[in-house]
Design a binder for this molecule. Structure first.
Ligand code: PEP
Ligand code: MN
Length: 266
């Protein structure tokens, strides 16, 4: 059902008045994790000031170590929703288990399924039965075929509003956190009718690569870019190395807009 052969035209998903997948790139910015009301409100203000429509922030964090910050859970979602409402933003946040889904839907507009859960089939079926868009991230060791099949689980359960998100895959290369598989974008665009995003933060893991990676993503045909923004990355409780501060975010966004105008992408 996700195949272009089944449906030739692009799926366009309306999120908070923005047409995702309709041609103009969309952007999802926000902190790695929700840490406090003040933190998410500051980021929401910066995003809203640019006229953007979405904010991200993890409240259920799938951390490699059980001793690392695990997220604020439902309290975190309430903070994020609160900040989002203030600046007219839609909330994008990861849900890690079907049991959290129902309560979370009061606060979340786009449900993110993280890389570690790309093949959590019960979660895929659960998000397939809701009436809100799903942002599905590629598993870190998943082939494109497996990625497409994960999306198929969601659509087979009744939800067609799926955004695919390339977030880098595991290779032998150590210069970046993961290896951004940029060619996945046009392949996914050819094979499916779904919007495709690139998460430049988790793929590169390097602040100095966030801009070139986003340019590459847009140039190769991505429908949107995700990147992490935190008011004070140095003290962030997760991904301190790679989040942009608010000043860097301003410069980043300006540079991207300039790039898009230069090549008449906007
Ligand atoms: C995230 O976007 O917060 C995240 C944990 O990313 P990923 O699932 O791609 O590792
Ligand atoms: Mn992160």
């Amino acid at each position: 059902l996700v195949s272009r052969k089944k449906k030739a035209e692009d799926t366009v998903i309306t999120i908070n008045g923005e047409q995702v997948g309709a041609g103009e790139p969309s952007f999802i910015f926000g902190p790695c994790a929700v840490e406090s009301q003040d933190q998410v409100s500051k980021v929401a203000e910066a995003i809203g000031a640019k006229g953007l429509k979405m904010i991200r922030g993890g409240a259920y964090k799938p951390r490699t170590s059980p001793y690392d910050f695990q997220g604020l859970g439902l309290e975190g979602l309430k903070m994020l929703k609160n900040a989002a409402d203030q600046y007219n933003l839609a909330v994008v946040s990861e849900i890690v288990t079907p049991s959290h889904l129902e309560a979370a839907l009061d606060y979340v507009d786009v449900v993110q399924v993280g890389a570690r859960n790309m093949q959590n089939f019960e979660l895929l079926k659960a998000v397939g039965s809701i009436n809100k868009p799903v942002l599905l991230k590629r598993g870190m060791s998943a082939t494109i075929e497996e990625f497409i099949n994960a999306a198929e689980y969601i659509i087979a359960s009744g939800n067609e509003n799926i955004i695919l998100c390339e977030r880098g895959i595991r290779t032998y290369e150590k210069a970046t956190r993961n290896t951004l598989d940029i060619s996945a974008v046009p392949i996914l665009k050819q094979e499916t009718h779904l919007p495709v995003f690139v998460d430049v933060t988790h793929s590169t893991g390097r602040r100095d690569l966030l801009l070139p990676a986003a340019k590459a993503a847009i140039a190769i045909g991505a429908d949107g870019v995700m990147a992490e923004v935190h008011p004070d990355p140095a003290v962030a409780l997760s991904d301190a190395q790679q989040q942009m501060d608010l000043g860097q975010f301003d410069e980043y966004y300006d540079a991207l807009m300039k790039f898009m105008k230069q090549y008449e992408m906007k």
